[in-house]
Structure formats: C-alpha cells, structure tokens
Design a protein around this ligand. Sequence first.
Ligand code: SAH
Length: 277
Amino acid sequence: MSDSPQTPSFAALDRVGFPSFDPGTVWLVGAGPGAPGLLTLLGYHALTRADAVIYDALVGTEILQWVPQGALLEYAGKRGGKPSAHQSDISTRLVDLARAGKRVLRLKGGDPFMFGRGGEECQTLAAAGVPFRIVPGITAGIGGVGYTGIPVTHRDTNHSVLFLTGHDSSGTVPAGVDWAAVATAAPVLVMYMAVKNLPAIAEKLMDGGRTPDDAVAVVSHATLPEQSVVDSTLGAVGELAAAGALTTPAIVVVGPTVSLRADVGRYVEQMGIGDVG
Ligand code: SAH
C-alpha cells in the first residue's frame, strides 16, 4: 500500500463494505479541522470517487489533493474579503449537479452539522428529491481543541459542555442566545466564530455569573502546522480580541478543562502531534 500523495491507493479500503457513491446523489462530507489525516475513511473513499466537489473555506487544502483529476472542483466559501456564495445558490448548485448525473461531494470543514449549514443543504436536497448521505467529520470544537491537549469533558470538572456560535447570519452577537442562561448552563463553553464579538460575549458571560478569572484558551488553526493557543481569562480576553491579538479561525474554550492543557498538553507536544503554543 502506498501513501504517496500522487498515487493514493489505500487499496485495502476497496475491500471494506463502504456504501456505493451513486451518480445523481450528493454526499455531505466533513473534512475535519484541517490536517489531512483527520478526514474519515468514508470521506476519503467518497472523495476519490467524486465527479464534482464543492468545498468551503476551512477545508484543509491538502485534503483536496485526493480529488480525482478531471473532477469539477468548485469553491463555495468566503475568502479575501469577498462575500460568500449565497447559501441558496450553493444548495441549488448541488441539486443541479446531481440532476446532471454527477456524484456530488459537498466538502465542509469539521462536521457538516456543527455550525456548517449542512442542515439547510439537506432540506433543499430533500425538497428536490435528490438522494443524499451524511459523512460526519471531526469538529474543530472537540477534535481540534483536543489536539492541543484540552479535553472538552473531564469527570472531575464537568458533566456537560455547551457549544455555541459567537455570531449570527448578520455577523452580530446572536440575539437568540440567552447569555445569562448560557453563562451557568455548563462549566465548559466551546465557542465557534466568536473572536470578533468576544469583547461583548465575555461581558455577557460575566454579567450572567461567570467570574473574570475563568480560564480561557483561544485555539487557532487547530491541527494545522500554524496551530497556536493563547491562554487568557474571561476578564482579559475581550481586550486581546479588540486589540487584534487573536488569530482566526479560532475556537474559544471557557472553563476548567482549559487548565488541563498544562499537564496533558506537555505530552501532546512531546509526541510531536502539534505545536501547543
Ligand atoms: N463545521 C465546522 C465549523 C464551521 S464554523 C466544524 O465542525 O468544525 C467555522 C468556525 O469553526 C470558525 O470560525 C472557527 O471558530 C471554527 N474552526 C474551524 N476550523 C478550525 C480550526 N482548524 N481551528 C480553529 N477553529 C476552527
């Protein structure tokens, strides 16, 4: 078996009973947080068979090497200040390509159903009668954060964890979030897309009962060579964000498991898995 990028064989995978990727169907595949090894085997299987791949901004570029030569490769994300493609346009494109008889692979960063609009695309596909499959991925807020030595749960500290997004479709702090309730709902909060609004979010969490010395870690470019971690506190992190000191994309983790990185992260680093900052 060769693992050369030019000739991805993974031949033994062909003997695994993977579902067949049929023409005229759409597979929504989670690419994981970035490092190519974090794509699932089913995702890899599908990627090497796709006729059309529509991918998002946070998909690790190395993963795209497995798209077959001659396959249609389309970018559907936001980059370089340009506005992102409209969600309805992307969903319509998936339907059109499937109806043209393609094996359509919709490749999304992390997991398609974690703040990934996978649900919206599935609704459109379902309404159009296009068969589709979900291939889950490793989400940045669990696996990406875990790469730095921060577990999102630990029996000594938390029996629950809360995932939230720090901005809504208009880019502002989501009005639909009850911040006072969130502040105390779970010891550990994992926040996606939260850097821009972090000054306001940190204030709301403290207003809701979190203390200023709550540990915070900001994990940027998780699992990629440029991965970095900034350690802070709820009282101080808003200022760091406002000063532009935090790199995106980033996950912001609040709560006691952040401090475990001091023990766990050291060994992660020794194993050479990643730069733990
Ligand atoms: N579906 C994705 C999340 C998409 S929302 C998932 O499951 O991971 C985009 C947000 O995800 C980014 O703003 C950032 O908060 C987070 N994110 C994605 N990839 C990341 C990475 N490699 N490192 C840190 N944060 C990441």
